[in-house]
Design a protein around this ligand. Structure first.
Ligand SMILES: [Zn+2]
Length: 284
């Protein structure tokens, strides 16, 4: 299968397969009534919607950067069934298709540490042993997020799985950051909070063009109304505020908004009323 890609100046973004799963429709749209959200998404008989977990690879002329890591290959048979995983994680094969190996990744930027974003930090090798998926990469996490990984609240315990983080601690390749920082020229992290306390966005700038990855603040194009937010958000009012702020700021400079969970649309542009003006791939 061809890997979708989009150029931003000298950089190129690729959407790699981090596994597909199904989630309850209600949980993905919070307080929005089904009669409204089902105009945008079609649920199955059990009220579930299909989502992907697209790992973004950003290639700059010098560096290879991964944004979030997908479901990984450590899910048990029971978990695969619970989450209705229809397409397994194929990150290593997708990288090979682009002529890259696990060793070629320089940075892993984690929007946050829920299992569907952090599951591929550590993978099983052919013998079933745990290994870091990207052994040469520096892994970036916000300090608040890492505090919650180490001491998860009652709610986070079900989604911050220790097996996804243990090897990061041992190898000393973890970079804990506070607030807004530049990773390399053109790649910036900004602390957002909202979905989780330590959630962060990734801004990608090259040659006057911009893409922004809002992670779970803007999981699919159907979430373009700032009030359409997930029931999984820990700080819902903060998510609404942040969405309004970022939509305004980034649409003003004609940015692409890139998606992690959208099965059809990989990126979109918004007008000043948050209406979708462009999609990638382009609508037929
Ligand atoms: Zn997610």
């Amino acid at each position: 299968m061809t890997i979708p890609s989009l150029s931003i100046g000298d950089f190129k973004i690729f959407w790699l397969n981090g596994g597909n799963f199904k989630l309850d429709g209600g949980t993905m749209f919070g307080a929005v009534p089904k009669v409204l959200w089902e105009r945008r998404c079609v649920a199955d008989a059990a009220n579930r919607l299909a989502f992907c977990n697209d790992v973004l690879l950003v290639r700059t002329p010098e560096k290879n950067i991964i944004i979030d890591t997908g479901l990984g290959n450590k899910l048990t048979a029971k978990q695969l069934k619970i989450f209705q995983v229809s397409t397994p994680w194929s990150l290593i094969d997708d990288l090979a298709q682009l002529g890259l190996t696990q060793q070629d990744i320089d940075f892993v930027l984690l929007t946050h540490c829920d299992f569907d974003h952090a599951g591929g930090i550590v993978m099983h090798d052919l013998e079933g042993n745990e290994q870091l998926t990207f052994p040469n990469a520096t892994h970036y996490v916000q300090q608040k997020e890492w505090e919650d990984v180490e001491q998860p609240c009652r709610r986070a315990q079900s989604t911050y799985w220790p097996e996804n983080f243990n090897l990061l601690k041992q190898q000393g390749i973890l970079k804990i950051v506070v607030g807004d920082i530049e990773v390399v020229s053109g790649i910036r992290l900004r602390h957002t909070g909202g979905h989780t306390r330590g959630h962060q966005l990734i801004e990608i700038n090259s040659q006057g063009e911009t893409a922004v990855h809002l992670g779970d603040l803007f999981p699919t194009h159907a979430h373009n109304n700032p009030l359409w937010i997930m029931a999984y958000d820990n700080f819902p009012l903060e998510v609404i505020d942040r969405k309004e702020e970022y939509f305004k700021q980034y649409s003003r400079n004609n940015s692409w908004f890139t998606f992690y969970h959208d099965p059809d649309i990989k990126a979109c542009k918004l007008d000043e009323h948050n209406g979708i003006t462009h999609t990638w791939p382009a609508a037929e």
